[in-house]
Design a protein around this ligand. Structure first.
Ligand code: NAD
Length: 464
């Protein structure tokens, strides 16, 4: 069975400076106050970004053996931290140990929260992606292990930065988990092995569909004037490419990632079509965000194989949320429903019909199924406790960049290579490490309250 492209993901030669590592000396940690004495077996975690997924990830962490404790929390909105704290305290009474002086609010709150950890503890990053590199850099300086949510980047400059940080984390033997949970689904792991063993032949085509009504904060009406424009954009991060990579990146990355994993390769280029049909809500309220509502991306691999990723957020259109792999000897249902929903299955034909079924993933004997959200934490905690190599950051950056490359192709109407995308100079949230509550938002509304939108064929060198 081939090794999944995780920490071992090679950096392509075209990636300028990607193999340069910062010197260990420059990153040497200094002694800082923390909750538990160094050498203690107690694993502590700090949550940075106390929203929906943050609460989920912290809970997943506390469900691991040990069990780990949550000792600090950080957010830019006090009400988000407060409600997350209350929910987590209700669920994990004895493991949530976050007194008032370990709750941090603001753009530098991440430092306060990470300063409460000792070397070898885990920092959880579940903010919108714009802040990943900022938080990851600090965690590496402090010798902390990391769990960070997908996507990791939306543009070329931050992808390059994160790849360097991934190298630095490996050099310090830090363990880094990324929330691309498909890779920790037992069904997809078995399917991956079967595909590597040749069960459906050589992979020639992959297909992913994330087609549904409007979800998350992808479509936004005008900024209401409060909170500040920056804070409003953060709270509606799916609407803004700088914050999230937009709906395509945020929603489609799981399929892009696990399909590339099945192929054991990243595509080298993409072309795409995409458009926005509806620019108002059903009741007529105009939308001002940066997303299209339809994307159809064709990715090409080095060997000529194709991967198609279709993303749509449209009411009334047929919903499909599944992924498939086709080979020279048959096909596979990778995700039957959802990001990585079982059962996965393989077939002797190009149609998933029962007569040609080879294999179908099974439930556990008691009828339960494993939870990839828990599995990914189990893998991270096991790597920490047993000092096993574990760094999913580079793979997570490639998954993010490949997804973004497809979005970029749709937004510009141009074919783009992965090399061009990774070496692009447009950074969408420059100075994300220097934001304050008073900072201007990275994209500004025009006189009608609208934000810059992609114009394929007109704006061809940048997305907006
Ligand atoms: N793996 C998965 O299946 C999965 C599922 C859902 C979300 N996610 C990912 O998790 C991330 C968060 O998504 P969510 O749905 O929880 O969003 P959310 O809005 O519910 O939570 C984000 C939180 O981060 C806070 N925040 C924003 N900027 C911050 C900063 N600079 N410092 C500290 N806190 C900050 C926000 O105030 C908010 O509380 C996204 O990247 C998303 O793609 C992954």
């Amino acid at each position: 069975m081939s090794t999944p492209p995780q920490s071992s993901t090679p950096h392509p030669s075209f990636l300028k400076g990607s193999s340069q590592l910062a010197t260990a000396g420059a990153l040497a940690g200094v002694a800082l106050p923390h909750v538990h004495a160094a050498g203690s077996d107690q694993l502590s975690v700090a949550l940075i970004g106390c929203g929906g997924r943050g609460g989920g990830a912290a809970s997943n962490a506390m469900n691991q053996s040990g069990p780990p404790k949550l000792v600090a929390m950080a957010d830019v909105f006090e009400h988000r931290l407060k409600s997350s704290y209350e929910t987590l305290k209700r669920r994990h009474k004895d493991q949530v140990d976050v007194p008032e002086d370990r709750k941090f609010i603001g753009f530098d709150a991440y430092k306060g929260a990470m300063d409460c950890l000792k070397k070898g503890d885990v920092a959880i990053f579940t903010t919108p992606l714009a802040f990943r590199w900022v938080h990851f850099k600090y965690a590496i300086e402090k010798g902390l292990n990391v769990f960070m949510e997908k996507p990791l980047t939306a543009d070329g400059p931050t992808s390059r930065r994160m790849l360097k940080l991934a190298d630095e984390a490996s050099a310090k033997k830090l363990k880094v988990g990324v929330g691309l949970k498909s890779r920790h689904s037992r069904a997809l792991q078995e399917l991956h092995k079967r595909i590597q063993d040749g069960e459906i032949g050589d992979i020639t085509m992959l297909r992913g569909y994330r087609m549904q009504g409007p979800i998350g904060s992808a479509f936004s009406p005008k900024w209401p004037g409060t909170p500040s424009e920056l804070m409003w954009q953060i709270s509606r991060f799916h609407s803004f490419l700088w914050a999230s990579g937009g709906g395509f990146s945020d929603f489609c990355i799981h399929h892009v990632d696990h399909l590339c994993w099945m192929k054991n390769a990243w595509p080298v280029k993409a072309q795409a079509v995409g458009a926005r049909t509806f620019r108002a809500s059903p009741d007529g309220t105009p939308y001002v965000d940066q997303n299209f509502d339809s994307y159809a991306v064709e990715y090409t691999f080095e060997d000529g194989a194709k991967m198609y990723m279709n993303g749509r957020n449209m009411l009334g259109a047929t919903p499909i949320y599944a992924s498939f792999a086709h080979g020279t000897k048959g096909m596979a249902i990778v995700s039957k429903q959802g990001d990585c929903g079982r059962p996965s299955s393989t077939y002797r034909s190009q149609n998933p019909v029962n007569e040609s079924l080879i294999w179908k993933s099974k439930e556990n004997k008691d009828g339960s199924v494993d939870d990839p959200f828990l599995n990914e934490w189990a893998a991270l905690v096991d790597a920490i406790r047993n000092d096993k190599p574990f760094n999913e950051a580079a793979s997570g950056v490639y998954a993010s960049a490949v997804t973004s490359m497809g979005r970029y192709a749709a937004h510009t109407g141009q074919e783009i290579t992965l090399e061009e995308f990774l070496n692009h100079e447009h950074e969408y949230a420059p100075n994300a490490d220097k934001f304050t509550f008073e900072s201007p938002a990275p994209v500004q509304a025009d006189k009608d309250g609208k934000y810059p939108v992609p114009q394929p064929g007109i704006k061809t060198k940048r997305e907006y």
